[in-house]
Design a protein around this ligand. Sequence first.
Ligand SMILES: Cc1ncc(COP(=O)(O)O)c(C=O)c1O
Length: 413
Amino acid sequence: MDLFETLESNVRYYCRRWPAVFASARGAIITAEDGTQYLDFFAGAGALSYGHNNPALVEVAIEHLRAGRLTHSLDTFTVEKRQFLEAMQRYVLAPRQLDMVVQMVGPTGATAVEAALQLAQKVSGRRAVLGFEGSYHGMTYRASSISASMAGRAVSAHLGDFVALPYVERATDEDLALLERTLRTPVDGEAIGAVIIEPTQGEGGARAFDPQYLRAIRTIADELGVVVIADEVQAGVGRTGPFFSFEGSGLDPDIVCVSKSISGLGLPMALNLIRRGLDSWGAGEFSGTFRGNNLAFATSARMLETYWADSTLEKQTELNGRSVRNALETMSAAAGGDFAVRGNGLLCGLDVGDTRLAADIASAAFERHLIVETCGAGDTTVKLLVPLTIDEDQLHDGLTRLGDAVASTCADR
Ligand SMILES: Cc1ncc(COP(=O)(O)O)c(C=O)c1O
């Protein structure tokens, strides 16, 4: 480990949580260079929903490189971009009657958020943004300024043109009235131009918003000319069951930020879906060198074709999600803890209400060769992002290890 500690900045984080040198991975298993195998219930913070080195996608990538296809292409037309756009239209947009265009942005979720905010400002003519407590939108200056969940970060940019409302699990009349009042109230002397929301919060603690609340956002936004941005970077691409976590809610967003698992293979890729009528970008108004990751286009097209041509994966995710939440309920009861089980599909968490306890459970899981992370306000939630493609035995095995970690950590207190 010496080399890493000498040469890598102090900012390194996950390696402190999981002090192993990882060498290879397949599906839900990561193998360290000493041969130890870990079950990965964090899936690259949601970027590996389709498992490590998904064999079908690896084949596409190998073939792509071997055939000398383009790897980098700025935003020129390429064969792989065409394949990707066709797959997006066929398996994602058309079945959901979404008349949206695709904006390729730079490679990260934060870039997608930046682009969404800039477009919303251009369309509405207003800079002020409404967001939500517990949200996380990335680490660029603007994205961090609208991320309420910045615990443990050195710099949180408060640009003064942002206001955050609390997370809403079950909308009351007061919640709806506060939403309406807030949207009508100028921030920093300016009317609000955009709402940005993770319909199911990731870093905020695996929490789904009440669909009624999401519908209300749409209704009021329509009246006031506010642009609705859904940040689906973590919860999208099937993590909660449906392709988008807002499906069926009535949020009907104007812009959807997509990244993390969209390549299927964990390659850097991000994009925004923009309601056709709102696509007021001029040519080159938003740019970025890495908007043409053709390897990612190719693997993404195959991922969409493999997993989104029918509803098999969606149903399996809903089933597996229920199994995970049932197991978490059992763990909570066995530990005699007053813990809260959270989640939507396979974005799940156990809020143990205590930062130290959550961190100790994550460490105890690692001792049992299971990788999980913590999140939520005060980092009190043990978060599970199980690969969507996991098999039943591995899911059961991981949950057994986690149950053991929770029980032993609680018994030691
Ligand atoms: C909901 C959400 N938005 C945006 C981001 C930022 O993505 P990236 O780390 O790729 O910039 C994240 C990252 O965790 C996220 O969870």
